[in-house]
Design a protein around this ligand. Sequence first.
Ligand SMILES: [Zn+2]
Length: 370
Amino acid sequence: MSRLKHLFFLTAMAGIIVSCDGLKMTKNIFETSERAKYERSFSGADSLMAQWKSGFTAAASSKLKITDGTSLTIAPPGNEVLHAAGYSLELKKGDLLVIEAVTATPESKIFTDILEENTDTDKPESGLLKNNRFTRFTENSGWHKIIIQPEIGYRGTLELKIYTQPSLAFPVAGKANRDVQSFWGASRDGGGRSHEGVDIFASLGTPVVAVTDGFVTRTGNQGLGGKQVWLRDGVLGNSYYYAHLDSVMTTDGKQVKTGDTLGRVGNTGNAAGGPTHLHFGIYTAGGAVDPYPYIRKREAPAFKNGSKNISGQSIKSGTTLRTGPGSQYDAVIKAERKTSVKVLAAIGSWCHVRIPDGTEGFVSAERIQQ
Ligand SMILES: [Zn+2]
């Protein structure tokens, strides 16, 4: 290689290296997460931002658990800057995660970060409650770390509800969970195949309805499913399968809205002669999935003002700190003597506390004293 060519080659290589680095930097500079935007625009003292970030880091490393339908109160003792709360919640694909807040001051920014614990990523998805509400579709079943942190300078209590709702409408009009009597994975044909959906029992002629806005990709009368409708949604790209219908009341290609009638419950196909029911299936790009979490109806919890439990300076000797708000949870540590605590949050009659060595856990409120 001539010297000139060699030089050119090196320059070109350097160019490639620079542009790779450049891409990485671009990604960081234009990081669009709500948290990153806030950190960039914050004009207060650096020490406040550092404190805010360390509060987040502590919450992100929390090992504490909550269950679906938790009502929680966060309030710091005294006048301290409010800390961040981080809890793990087990979710199923199809659950719609809902976080709601009542803030001490209106229009306070409340950040929420979600980290899927069964994935390699250590970067949470960062969002902001809008009108004190945040929702997120659960794409992957498993434990999710939920971190909630108010903006810098927030004072007073923060009431929260963390719960799930179905992400789709129920597919049979007037029916509910108790009418689902055959579940995902049940054995079929003597174990030759497994049930790729749920069966919802209803009397002959009960309307079956669109679970989401979308369009009808196919209708027909064939095979095991008998009279059937295939609905496709425009957002997730899933296909929804309605089978054993007595009659089809829609047409191929039709645009439908959630709740529109698609047909009537029957026992066509391989359900012939049996009780009338809807077989409902969901097919994603990755194949069939359990429809039940998508449609299971559930109550939202009420806000429970737990402020009265957020007081106290110490725990009695012999108090066990647990990984969750209840005596059924594992012990984190047992305090052999009276130990001073910071009460960080309350869930009903259980308090989330931190002891001087930094260990956190839940204790029953009656174990706390002044
Ligand atoms: Zn079925």
